[in-house]
Write a protein that binds this ligand. Structure first.
Ligand SMILES: *[C@@H]1O[C@H](CO)[C@@H](O)[C@H](O)[C@H]1NC(C)=O
Ligand SMILES: *[C@@H]1O[C@H](CO)[C@@H](O)[C@H](O)[C@H]1NC(C)=O
Ligand SMILES: *[C@@H]1O[C@H](CO)[C@@H](O)[C@H](O)[C@H]1NC(C)=O
Ligand SMILES: *[C@@H]1O[C@H](CO)[C@@H](O)[C@H](O)[C@H]1NC(C)=O
Ligand SMILES: *[C@@H]1O[C@H](CO)[C@@H](O)[C@H](O)[C@H]1NC(C)=O
Ligand SMILES: *[C@@H]1O[C@H](CO)[C@@H](O)[C@H](O)[C@H]1NC(C)=O
Length: 371
């Protein structure tokens, strides 16, 4: 009876680890909303406050942070940005006097690093693109910058909204809808005695899809218990080792890129993943752990090739309650997962009585599924 219950536990956890699909059943309303508030018109355009709010229950944007892109509808340029920067200036050769910050048709914007001079900062900026999830830390779930746009419309009738928004957070996974004009944001002055409002506001909603992010799950589950010395390991190749004859666990210390029989690069974790033996020279060298904007992983070679292993060890298993110790191992040299969240689903989690050493929060989108 108890044994059966725990194989069910393992099964459910494995399933949660590989949740896929266009939307997340454990966070059905989760989204990242971008809001553009036009706060002034300029002789040739406008100044907008751009606010990114991460309305997800548990998915943070980790280092190295977000990259936001869009296409201008006309010939707009970015005269200046405060609190962020365009990664490329592009071709501004036709400008004689002031040179714009970016003339790219499809600019890519990244956050500034903490500690930039005060005159380059605004509220909620400069966090190296790291944004908490609203369900975890509401205060840290906002990122913002201010952009001054030129060669643009100068009234709410002539402004053309940017199109084709993209968000990487980091690496792929997000899809953004079109910009939509919404009622202007109303601001309350700090003394709360006066209300001002944006001249015009539009929003864009971006949602995450595990399938877009990766064909493979990001974690796998192993399992052990005090009443049985057998350790049920992660399934072999659970997170997509190539089918090129790699046998995890033994090796020469050679670096290996994930290619499979079809000859294409293993695109499992963002921009392609690679694995190295844990005791190889490269693994022990400094600088191996530089995070990448495309989210590409550098894994320690294992038989499962998962960036993360979640091990459940059942310590007690009584009729009325069970207790498990959870150990999480990171096999991705390029990520520290400083603000990690583990989401697990099991019927008994509607009655968690005690949690040691980390914070626990129930996610209950539906009555009978407990996570
Ligand atoms: C985005 O999330 C917020 C907060 O949960 C919600 O109010 C809003 O309706 C969501 N937007 C969409 C388009 O789902
Ligand atoms: C936006 O994307 C669509 C579809 O990819 C493309 O046809 C269109 O030209 C793009 N618009 C701009 C302004 O780049
Ligand atoms: C544009 O401005 C006019 C008044 O100047 C206002 O009546 C109208 O609602 C505004 N439209 C939008 C989309 O903000
Ligand atoms: C221990 O677990 C393994 C794998 O689930 C199973 O095959 C074996 O029968 C178990 N042994 C005992 C003594 O329950
Ligand atoms: C992870 O932490 C180590 C030690 O603090 C640091 O040297 C490294 O740069 C960090 N790596 C990432 C990817 O943040
Ligand atoms: C939760 O556990 C307590 C104590 O074990 C028990 O009395 C209660 O009925 C349980 N509640 C649910 C909803 O299972």
């Amino acid at each position: 009876m108890e044994l059966h219950r725990f194989s069910l536990l393992a099964l459910l956890l494995a399933v949660t680890c590989s949740v896929a699909g266009a939307y997340d059943p454990l966070d059905p309303k989760g989204n990242i909303t971008l809001k553009w508030d036009v706060i002034s018109w300029t002789p040739d355009g406008y100044v907008a406050m751009v606010t990114m709010s991460n309305y997800q229950m548990y998915r943070q944007i980790l280092a190295p942070g977000w990259t936001l892109g869009w296409s201008w509808a006309k010939k707009e340029v970015i005269w200046s940005i405060v609190g962020a920067q365009a990664t490329e200036q592009g071709d501004c050769s036709k400008f004689k006097g002031g040179i714009p910050h970016s003339c790219k048709r499809t600019p890519a914007i990244v956050d500034l690093l903490p500690g930039v001079p005060y005159n380059q900062q605004i509220a909620n900026c400069c966090k190296a693109g790291v944004v908490s999830a609203y369900g975890q830390d509401p205060a840290g779930s906002v990122s913002a910058f201010q952009v001054s746009v030129g060669l643009a419309g100068t009234t709410n009738k002539t402004v053309k909204l940017p199109v084709n928004f993209t968000l990487a957070g980091p690496g792929p996974g997000y899809t953004c809808g079109p910009a939509t004009i919404v009622p202007s944001t109303v601001y309350l002055t700090p003394d709360r005695r006066r209300r001002t409002q944006a001249l015009m506001t539009w929003t864009v909603t971006c949602t995450y899809s595990q399938q877009l992010a990766s064909r493979y799950p990001t974690c796998c589950v192993s399992f052990s218990s005090f009443y049985n010395s057998t350790i049920v390991p992660c399934e072999r190749c659970a997170c997509g080792c190539g089918h090129d004859g790699y046998h995890g666990g033994r090796g020469t210390g050679k670096s290996r890129t994930g290619r499979n029989n079809n000859g294409y690069r293993n695109n499992g974790h963002g921009g392609g993943s690679e694995c190295i033996m844990g005791d190889s020279k490269r693994a022990l060298s400094a600088g191996v752990n530089t995070p990448r904007k495309d989210g590409a992983a550098l894994l320690q070679c294992t038989s499962h090739m998962c960036p993360i292993r979640v091990h459940w060890h059942v310590k007690l298993n009584y009729k009325d309650y069970w207790r498990a110790k959870i150990a999480i191992t990171n096999f991705n040299y390029r990520m520290n997962y400083t603000q990690w969240t583990l989401v697990a689903q099991h019927p008994n989690l509607n009655n968690v009585t005690e949690v040691f050493s980390f914070q626990y929060k129930p996610l209950l989108p539906y009555g009978n599924i407990s996570a």
